[in-house]
Design a protein around this ligand. Structure first.
Ligand code: PGA
Length: 249
């Protein structure tokens, strides 16, 4: 059975006090669920969040990490640094990292490799831009993003990978892919992995949808057979909304 996952990407929001307040609200309201629940606060608050959630089932994850083990990379955070504060999962390849910080498929391939080598589970994000979809190139773009960053990995690596398909045109825009568009792409992703590896790996990997998921649309998106949960931005910043999304799964 594939894991169901609901993850909140807080991006560059919430200072320390606000982080602890939101975590307290979430902990108090967390519904009983079989899904894995994760939150990704900004890196400076990871340790505080880990300590705050010590007795919780909520996992704290990182929004990013660097590929180098250590060295002259001002402002960056290594896998070892994440591990040392209790982080075991990192988001890699978010479209905002690609668009604003120049993260190419090649850099992302290095990051994925560094994470897995250090036993950090990867939540790999990818997805097409609006022009790609309008031009009918969305399947080809998604396939190349997967291929360039992931398909040189050994088959065994896939048990430590979660995928998050996030069409760029749906992130933070209020516009969501329709549940059918999400299902169509998720099925395509699974087929592409089955062709590159095998169907056992494709069937086992959790594929999350991300892009303007909110309480009002979560249930319908999550009801699709190839959608195994969501990566939630804006709606994860309010405890009630995030909790309602968790309930929807
Ligand atoms: P959004 O962000 O839910 O605010 O659209 C999703 C994401 O960027 O992961």
């Amino acid at each position: 059975m594939r894991k169901k996952i609901v993850a909140g990407n807080w991006k560059m929001n919430k200072n320390l006090e606000q982080t602890l307040t939101l975590l307290a609200e979430l902990s108090a309201k967390l519904p009983d669920t079989k899904a894995e629940v994760m939150v990704a606060p900004t890196s400076i608050n990871l340790l505080s969040a880990v300590r705050n959630l010590e007795n919780s089932t909520i996992e704290v994850i990182a929004q990013n990490m660097h590929f180098a083990e250590s060295g002259a990379y001002t402002g960056e955070i290594s896998a070892d640094m994440l591990l040392s504060v209790g982080i075991q999962t990192a988001i890699i390849g978010h479209s905002e990292r690609r668009a604003y910080f120049g993260e190419s498929d090649e850099i992302l391939a290095q990051k994925v490799k560094a994470a897995l080598t250090n036993n950090i589970r990867v939540m790999f994000c990818f997805g097409e831009e609006l022009e790609d979809r309008k031009a009918g190139n969305h399947f080809a773009i998604v396939e190349s993003q997967l291929k360039n960053a992931l398909f040189s990995l050994d088959a065994s690596a896939w048990s430590n990978i979660v995928l998050a398909y996030e069409p760029v045109w749906a992130i933070g825009t209020g516009e969501t892919a329709s549940p059918d568009q999400a299902q169509e792409m998720h099925a395509f992703i699974r087929k592409t992995i089955a062709e590159a590896y095998d169907s056992a790996i494709a069937d086992q990997v959790s594929i999350l949808y991300g892009g303007s998921v909110k309480p009002a649309n979560a249930e319908e998106i999550f009801s699709k057979p190839d959608v195994d949960g969501g990566l939630i931005g804006g709606a994860s910043l309010k405890a009630d909304d995030f909790v309602d999304i968790i309930k929807a799964i």
